[in-house]
Design a protein around this ligand. Sequence first.
Ligand SMILES: *Cc1c(COP(=O)(O)O)cnc(C)c1O
Length: 470
Amino acid sequence: MANKENFAAAALPSVERLVGSDALLPFCEAFGRPFVTDAAREIIARARTRLLAGDDIGSQALVAQVGAHIETLMSPSLVPLFNLTGTVLHTNLGRAPLPPEAVAAMAAVAVAPANLEYDLSAGKRGERDDHVESWLCRLTGAEAALVVNNNAAAVLLLLNSLALRKNVAVSRGELVEIGGAFRLPDIMARAGCKLVEIGTTNRTHGRDFTAALEDGARLILKVHPSNYHVEGFTAEVETAELAALAQAAGQPLAVDLGSGSLIDLARFGLPSEPTVAETLKAGADLVTFSGDKLLGGPQAGIIVGKRELIQRIRRNPMKRALRLDKITLAALAAVLRLYANPERLAQRLPTLRLLTRSEQDIRALAERLQPHLAEHLKGVAEVAVMACMSQIGSGALPVESLPSVALAITSLANKRQQGGTLKRLAAAFRALPQPVIGRISDGVMLLDLRCLEDEDGFRAQIGRLNIDGL
Ligand SMILES: *Cc1c(COP(=O)(O)O)cnc(C)c1O
């Protein structure tokens, strides 16, 4: 073994020699010699393992590998991509795309100091949430509002501020787990609250809550069951009834809407959800919702409601740990301003534009792209235009889906190899400079075109799709 290792080391060039090679000179100039030396060391270490395994590696190949390694290290790992999964608000793919107004607002405050916590008219310290609070109140009818990093943080902060070491009543039918490890009972425990489970999984009644309030519950939390739906013999207590019970007991009612739309989606022909304003009007004292779900803005968590309660939440030191940065605040404010004119929202707000896109429009796009993709995949796969269903995603209206159109790719390989070919094809789409993410269902790879707006950009990617060895 020792002999073999010596042989392997002797067969490799020294790190110094590798770094000194002409081909790596431009890298040394661009990124500095110490960085290139580190990269060369990593490549030599890998080569040593491979030499021991019996591979033959020339020093030219090593130089090329160092170059490729540096290029990988220097390219961003977080990149834009084409979300053709059919899930419009895809949490793993970064949810809502932002409108240009928001992007411009972010860029403007990113490169310069800003009046983040500075009151320009008074010339003294201000509140960072002031940049969005009045708009949130205007759009929801709330007395006050505050914003934090995301809706999970909003729920955590609300619970910790209003019910630390106190009982919180939640229906058993609403003890949800939302993707990414947001489990209501866990959040409740971390917020320092005692969860009082009310009713049963399928049926919960007003009298169950009354009993919990008599037993000392200090907050009722109603949670939108975002990603599932209970059917059959069910009963839930509506917000208005819960509000009356809570008020009679002198305790607050908070509603976690999750997606929380600011406007009635029915006006755009979409299935309707209770809006934030309606929920407040029905008597909720506080409502929490996300900035990057149906609202269509940046990642944020929003709490709106009674001034006195919002003030108690604002005074919690945890607010400081969960606050938003100036860039997100700028984006959120810009998106909220678009809501001033709901008539134009479906054109100007990307999330709503994608959700309301007509099947006809998507089909026309599919028909334009089909020949192009079919030509590129000739001999490997067939491409058809196929009706499919998109979904809103992020827990909004889990059972509703939107008619859409996809490019459906089927492998030409024999039956036994088809699955493998599709997997490799999906990997080739993911390996593009601007990756394309679709979904595989029933032996077909679907590229749902609802969320494809940059047609030329997509065509360019198809041209670069590497189908060798499929
Ligand atoms: C999505 C969701 C959350 C978590 O919101 P994030 O913005 O992802 O942190 C909390 N509650 C409900 C009901 C949700 O749907």
